[in-house]
Design a protein around this ligand. Sequence first.
Ligand code: ISL
Ligand code: CA
Length: 544
Amino acid sequence: MNEWVYNAVVYQIYPRSFKDTNNDGIGDLKGVIEKLDYLQDLGINTLWLCPVYQSPNHDNGYDISDYYSILPEFGTMEDMDQLIAACKEKEIRILMDLVINHTSDEHEWFKQSLNPNSTYRDFYYWRPRKKDGKPPNNWTGFFGGHVWEQPAGQEECYLHLFSKHQVDLNFHNPNVREAVKDVMRFWLDKGVSGFRCDVITIINKMSLADGKPSIILTGREHYLTNPGTHELLHEFYEDVLQHYSTFTVGEATFCTIPEAKALTNQVKKELDMVFAFEIMESDQHKIKWFPKKLNRKQFIHAIHRWQQGIAWNANYFENHDLPRGLSRFGDTTTYRLESSKMLAALLLTLRGTPFIYQGQEIGMSNYPFLSIQDVKDIESHDIYQLGKRLKIPDPILWKMIYPKTRDHARTPMQWNDHPYAGFSQHLPWLAVNPNYIDVNVEQALQDQNSVWYTYKALIQLRKDHLVLQKGDYHEVEVGNDFLVFERRLGDDVIRIFINLSNQTRTSKYRKKGRVLYTNYDIISLEGIMKPYEATILHYQKQAK
Ligand code: ISL
Ligand code: CA
């Protein structure tokens, strides 16, 4: 891992919802440029930009039709160049979203591949139906339903693990691998510093045989992380990444600790780190559409296991695919402030790279959507359709979809208390959370006690204390709903108390050392923690 990656603090931008400068209701690149001072003030030094490439937008940019141009709604390539230059000046690195498992069905490669004799045919997986007329295999997809589509006039079907507008690329074809490497080089040559690699653990299909029937993704044993995935990632490293000073984080759906270890092995050189999913499953029965009350023990133990299990984690509590972290792991009523700050303290003291999702720094929370009609996301709609086909009654279906619809995270960024939260002067593409009157950046900046200043202070704390960047993780006490841990580097020790419950909790250990941060005015220096308390202390190992 490159040295600079150790002190990266990443801020994720969902451009569509960040800042609209030409008042068409859609965030744009100029909006990102406009807010760079704001981001610099917060202290972050790396941006992950969700897809801004040309796209018909069936999945908000995760269906790319041209990797070499910018979606006009977001601006132009000149705007992108300006953003790269402006970031460089501020010493902010940019990570692009590399979506290579699939392209849009409007991508030129796919259009060419519609001709069975084209050299592009083999860029994708085209297969005939089975003799009995059934699809080529029994796999099921991420957005529900089967994964084969037979376009009108075609003899064969193509594979799509996501929506039918997202066609899976065939990485067994060397031309596909070379084409993807060219995309990577193009962006690195432009001056970006790396990639967040979309669904990277599913890119290598070992076979297209029928899968073991399962309620989650039938067929996944044929493509989840396998030897070919490792070879492919290493090839990207050898041929492209190693020639630049890069940062790579892979989105690692269904990834176990041993797999994550292998994917981030510093000797084998594949990825720097991965986004694991396990921690995010603590309020669902395996699949997100089967929600349950947050199991705090599960949450804490998963964090603990991943901290102990792999050398370097990509830490996050929210992103553009998840509901808001505060709504899931905190308390949006009585302890809104305390619990937002507690999550900030946990995120920024765990070993690994912290990823902050836009709006997290002001404590944005879930949107009170009332029905599927309020939601725009293709995933929610595909699942809704599937539920309808399965004859699940509407109220039950909505209870399954509401808690996890990805649109919770995608509502416009709340900049101030003006109409549309200062995001735009035009009706935004997705509704603004009504709480923008109280929860917004302008208000946060005026209040020294706001969540925003906790993020700023803790980002600074990481910069001031090398032990928070490089120190090891040590268990002190892993409770059922609290966690006490230490980061250690040489004699330097930082001890962190995190209470994830809305009750007082008592650790067997005391708050040893000098308080660097706490989210209460007055705290006990014994093991007693107030509801959602987060306290960070510093001491020297040898000092008395
Ligand atoms: O488990 C899931 C299915 O319900 C999802 O979390 C899935 O892993 C995720 O949707 C994959 O995410 C990424 O690839 C998708 C895109 O829609 C997401 O926005 C992106 O983050 C397809 O490109
Ligand atoms: Ca706009």
